[in-house]
Write a protein that binds this ligand. Structure first.
Ligand code: 4HQ
Length: 227
């Protein structure tokens, strides 16, 4: 690969106790094509490799008592530092998945898609030792619900960000005139074959071949973002 291409390639490093969760998602469809085209690379880092002692311990009981386990800071910070050593730049953005982070939305996806690399940190159990927050640049939440780990949120972020990398949406007009590019505007409804399905017809205008009428119809039927 040419150095120019490599410079443009977005590098996403993912720190997780369950790297195998990512394989099917990253190696299918557009995310796989984006990698093959040299537009993005995903590197998985197994947090277990940074575990402490012969048992590779990564978690411990919470100080003050209570249920569940908490991720110890040393393995997490060691993994972040290892990722930074493999980064392309001096200051790669480190993003921690957390239900108390800033809400992930299309604006955040666009912001992250401009970066040439990032490090995503996925927690498990009841969460991570609070001191880890000193070693990350931002915390991002994909929604107000509690999951069992940061892996699904990281995959959501990767998916939304990767499709905005120039060249990933093949052939088409790219992400530009598409849903969400402009804030609070979604796409118009889509139809494909058949012309009639269980009595439901495709709007006549879409079959008319009249492109002025069609774009007018699409404008009028544009879906709006829920607020
Ligand atoms: N978790 N958006 C708990 C989330 C979450 C979310 C991730 C659960 C971190 C420790 N992350 N772990 N919602 O619920 O990002």
């Amino acid at each position: 690969m040419s150095p120019a291409r490599d410079q443009n390639k977005m590098k996403i490093q993912i720190i997780s106790l369950f790297p195998q969760m990512f394989e099917k998602v990253l190696n299918a469809s557009m995310l796989w094509k984006a990698q093959k085209a040299g537009l993005v690379e995903y590197k998985l880092i197994n947090l277990r490799d940074f575990g402490l002692g012969p048992r590779k311990q990564v978690d411990d009981a919470p100080y003050g008592g209570g249920d569940g386990m908490v991720l110890r800071p040393e393995p997490l910070v060691a993994a972040i530092e290892a990722a930074k050593l493999k980064a392309k730049s001096q200051k790669p953005k480190v993003v921690l998945m957390s239900p108390s982070g800033v809400m992930f939305d299309q604006a955040k996806a666009r912001e992250l898609a401009k970066l040439d690399e990032m490090i995503l940190v996925c927690g498990r159990y009841e969460g991570y030792d609070e001191r880890v927050s000193e070693f990350v640049d931002e915390q991002v939440s994909i929604g107000n619900y509690v999951l069992t780990g940061g892996e699904l949120p990281a995959m959501v972020v990767i998916d939304a960000v990767t499709r905005l990398i120039p060249g990933v949406l093949g052939g088409e007009t790219s992400a530009l005139n598409e849903s969400f590019s402009q804030p609070s505007v979604l796409e118009h409804p889509h139809y494909t074959r058949p012309e009639e399905f269980r009595g439901l017809k495709v709007p006549e205008v879409l079959l008319s071949g009249d492109h002025a009428k069609i774009s007018n119809w699409r404008r009028q039927n544009q879906k709006r973002l829920q607020k």
